[in-house]
Design a binder for this molecule. Structure first.
Ligand code: PHE
Length: 339
């Protein structure tokens, strides 16, 4: 078999099924170092009378190789185009579902940002604290029922360590560390050993506030809290203060806002009174200031503490506190669009 015939046979038998084989084909038959190329270069050494026929044969062979190579290229291109590049890239993308904030977080952030806008700064601290910060510094008497095992989750006794029952423990930490004027809010989780019902839970969230300076008045507190209530629930919101008792404030009050679920007509949340209690407040008891080494003759202050779950219920008109912690996506998803 002549060399030409041998190469013709090889071209014929070569199968091109992949990019690698295509490249092998090119190297074998079309590159400068290929046998075919060598045959072409030999034209000048062929006897003149045979040169024409030789030229035709070798060139036909080269044409065949080039054609097969081009065919292979087209085949590879079509393989690599399917199926990925047959996707319509101009089509609208499928939506990506992002997570969102839990309703409690939404309201907590909203409360914080209202107070931040009027000069309060946010502080954070431990959820497990000692008796001094949770009770003693705050003027709780030895016999106060909140210290009872029934109300507080103790982690250790003598010395007593417990899950904080309010974030007021943080306010003590701030008063011990900083000099007045002090203007802080303390958001966070708190724990009380209570039966879980539609209105109460053993774990809930609070934002407590504290303002200490010279000449702070009860009237100033009331106006600040009224401003807050209107920002939070709308301009139409009314507030009322009812006398109350807390060991750490004197005088003390409970603040109610007008119920925006029934607009005063009476419903389950406001227990048919038209008012919903959202926070406790009052002037800081001088004993508390002295416990934290603040001169109670020079400085006065007010404090308040509000429950986030209750506020979220009023704001979003939900009727059962337990829904917030069951984490049924169908429930918590609804709040994303309400922000
Ligand atoms: N610490 C109180 C509570 O948890 C709320 C409160 C804070 C009341 C500050 C008065 C002043 O119920």
């Amino acid at each position: 078999m002549s060399k030409i015939e041998k190469i013709a046979q090889e071209i014929e038998n070569f199968t091109i099924q992949s990019e690698e084989e295509l490249e092998q084909f090119r190297l074998h038959f079309l590159s400068k170092k290929s046998e075919l190329q060598t045959l072409l270069g030999e034209i000048k050494n062929i006897a003149p009378e045979e040169r024409k026929e030789y030229g035709i044969l070798v060139n036909t062979l080269k044409k065949k190789a080039s054609e097969k190579f081009e065919e292979g290229k087209v085949k590879m291109a079509s393989l690599s185009h399917s199926p990925i590049s047959s996707i319509d890239v101009t089509r609208t993308a499928k939506g990506v579902e992002l997570g969102g904030l839990h309703p409690i977080s939404i309201v907590m952030q909203e409360v914080c940002s209202i107070f931040e806008s009027i000069g309060f700064s946010v502080v954070d601290g431990p959820e497990i604290d000692d008796d001094w910060h949770i009770f003693s510094a705050l003027n709780f008497g030895e016999e106060h029922p909140a210290r009872d095992m029934q109300d507080t989750f103790f982690i250790a006794t003598k010395p007593d360590i417990a899950l904080r029952t309010h974030t007021s423990s943080l306010q003590v930490r701030v008063m011990e560390k900083e000099k007045p004027p002090i203007r802080v809010i303390c958001p966070g989780r708190v724990y009380r050993n209570e039966a879980i019902t539609s209105r109460a839970h053993c774990m809930f969230h609070q934002v407590e506030g504290l303002y200490i300076a010279e000449n702070v008045s009860f009237a100033e507190m009331k106006q600040t809290l009224f401003y807050f209530a209107q920002k939070m629930f709308g301009e139409q919101t009314k507030i009322r203060l009812r006398p109350s008792y807390f060991p750490f404030t004197e005088p003390s009050a409970e603040m109610d806002v007008s119920c925006n679920i029934c607009n005063g007509k009476g419903c389950q949340l406001c227990k048919n009174s038209g008012w919903v209690e959202i926070m406790g407040c009052g002037m800081v008891d001088p004993n508390v200031l002295e416990n934290c080494n603040i001169d109670s003759n020079k400085y006065k202050g007010y404090a308040f503490g509000l429950g986030i779950e209750r506020m979220t219920q009023v704001k979003y008109k939900t009727n059962d506190i337990r829904l917030f912690f069951e984490n049924d996506v169908r429930f918590i998803q609804q709040f994303q669009s309400l922000k």
